[in-house]
Design a protein around this ligand. Structure first.
Ligand SMILES: [Zn+2]
Length: 123
């Protein structure tokens, strides 16, 4: 999809809609009993069930966590728009390039600061 002419508000609103969609999909999955999904009865064992259930639950929790993080990032980005701080690097206070914001509308750091932070975390 072309995003070149979209405002940050539009990009964030789109991100929000996408997350709502994923949240409700995940919520539906959450309500379903897990561990009995897509496994033919004759091949199931209690051991397999337990292991599969654990993996699926971990995966689901991880997805949920990631969505919650993104959701928070969108809320914070909208707050920055209100405060007039949107698109300003939280570390060096230089403008974050539009190119980067189009790809990642919730970015809080410019590319250089992001890279420095990742390098520091990896060290
Ligand atoms: Zn910066």
């Amino acid at each position: 999809m072309r995003t070149a002419n979209r405002s940050p508000q539009e990009l964030l609103a789109r991100e929000e809609r996408e997350m709502q969609r994923r949240f409700s999909a995940l919520r539906r999955v959450r309500q379903r009993p897990i561990g009995v999904v897509d496994v033919p009865d004759r091949r199931r064992t209690s051991l397999f069930d337990a292991a599969a259930t654990e993996v699926l639950e971990q995966h689901r929790d991880l997805l949920w966590q990631r969505l919650a993080d993104r959701s928070r990032a969108v809320t914070e980005a909208k707050e920055r728009i209100r405060q007039g701080a949107y698109g300003i690097c939280a570390h060096c206070a230089r403008p974050i390039p539009q190119r980067r914001l189009r790809v990642l509308p919730t970015a809080t750091l410019c590319v250089q600061c992001q890279e420095r932070r990742e390098a520091a975390l990896a060290a």
